[in-house]
Design a protein around this ligand. Structure first.
Ligand code: UD1
Ligand code: UDP
Length: 380
């Protein structure tokens, strides 16, 4: 039985890999050997616990305030030793984290085919998001199978000379994860969130973590949130704050003492998606949240100047607003007080998937290994 090794290390990779791990186990065609790098720790373990994933191998590489080079070298070193013992028939990497690209490079050096999930996203700016745009381009150079979530990402790959027969459009597995989780109404651990979900107050759900926003830009985000909190006493701002100390140091000081700002630890995925379903407006620099919120009909303001996810911008449910303090304040204010504008953005659209991306992923791997036929691409 061929052995397939999904490799992941951060929260979003785990969320997006979980449906694939489940589908690999169900297919009974493969031995699925899960390897985590531990680039994240608490935030990774939280996801694995929810989806019942017990890693076969854990490189446990996390260091506080880790450098990109440390993530890269510690991952490649750990995988080099593991591949020498285990020799998987293919590895699966997801997205554009440093775990993902290091996994692809280590596998490539061992002559192991690389399956790249969420392939072909491009912002067009090598430095934004940093280092993700470079990571994803590097992985595209060495992958054997490119699983593009949408036709836009497939076209990006074709434009870079990737052969059409090596690309399958699967949809994004984040929608599989969302659809299997959001309906479960998982109880909130924090009673304040349970009260919020039961009550009628509008929720502004905020997440921020991007490396290129850390420092001054993120301090400005904190100040903008403080101004919104003062101007809108009936609104509740919920900020499940990333574990990264650099994020906490930048965004939290301005929010101290604000009674309508609820800062929480990172929420378990089931709790986060439930909160998302109760949110009025979402303000974020996250990739995954940009994909999930439109599916639930939530207007999303993205605190970035560009995006590799243009589909929901084109559909009108996502607006790119950058990180300027005044602009953030004004865009939130407009969504809260201009009903026509809110209604135009609060449309449920599903450009990123139909919940069957993991099934298409496993079918594509089956074809790669000569065990099955190509499946039809995902279309909207
Ligand atoms: C990483 C990814 C980014 C992804 C993000 C998702 C890279 C370069 N960056 O960024 O693409 O969007 O994850 O959240 O791959 N920390 C903990 N515990 C955790 C997680 C993080 O303590 O569970 C702290 C550590 O101090 C760590 C720091 O956060 O050094 C930063 O983590 P890191 O993975 O380097 O970067 P992220 O900004 O999380
Ligand atoms: N998420 C979560 N708990 C939180 C915040 C986010 O489970 O407190 C989920 C969210 O639903 C999405 C993913 O984490 O699926 C996004 O992760 P993140 O923003 O860290 O990374 P990105 O998607 O930007 O790479």
């Amino acid at each position: 039985m061929p052995s397939i090794m999904p490799i992941f290390g951060t929260r979003p990779e785990a969320i997006k890999m979980a449906p694939i791990v489940a589908a690999l186990h169900e297919s009974e065609l493969f031995d699925c050997v899960v390897t985590v790098t531990g680039q994240h720790r608490e935030m990774l373990d939280q996801v694995n616990e929810l989806f019942g994933i017990v890693p076969d191998h854990d490189l446990d590489i996390l260091q506080q305030r880790q450098s990109l080079s440390a993530i890269m070298t510690r991952t490649i070193d750990g995988l080099d030793k593991l591949f020498a013992q285990k020799k998987p028939d293919a590895v699966i990497v997801q997205g554009d984290t440093t775990t993902s690209t290091a996994g692809a490079i280590a596998a490539f050096y061992h002559g192991i085919p690389v399956v790249h999930v969420e392939a072909g996203l491009r912002s067009g700016d090598l430095f934004s998001p940093f280092p993700e745009e470079a990571n994803r381009k590097i992985t595209s150079q060495i992958a054997s199978l490119h699983l593009a979530p949408t036709s836009v990402s497939r076209d990006n790959l074709l434009a870079e000379g990737i052969k059409p027969e090596d690309i399958v459009v699967t949809g994004n597995t984040v929608i599989d994860a969302l659809l299997t989780t959001v309906g479960k109404k998982i109880p909130f651990t924090d009673p304040q969130l349970e009260n919020l979900a039961a009550g009628g107050r509008k929720i502004l759900l905020v997440t921020t973590h991007r490396r290129e926003n850390q420092g001054d830009a993120m301090r400005g985000v904190g100040r903008a949130l403080a101004r919104i909190a003062d101007a809108e006493p009936d609104l509740v701002i919920v900020l499940p704050v990333h574990k990264n100390p650099a994020v906490r140091e930048a965004v939290l000081p301005a929010l101290e003492g604000k009674l309508n700002v609820l800062v929480t630890e990172p929420l378990a995925y089931g709790e986060f998606t439930r909160l998302l379903s109760h949110a009025h407006v979402v303000l974020t620099d996250s990739g995954g949240v940009q994909e999930e919120a439109p599916s639930l009909g939530k207007p999303v303001l993205v605190m970035r100047d560009n995006t590799e996810r243009p589909e929901a911008v084109d559909a009108g449910t996502v607006t790119l607003i950058g990180t300027d303090e005044e602009r953030i304040f004004k865009e939130v204010d407009r969504l809260l007080h201009d009903q026509d504008h809110f209604d135009s953005m609060a449309q449920a659209v599903n450009p990123y998937g139909d919940g069957r991306a993991a099934h298409r992923t496993v079918a594509a791997i089956t074809q790669l290994l000569g065990l099955g036929l190509r499946v039809a691409d995902f279309t909207v």
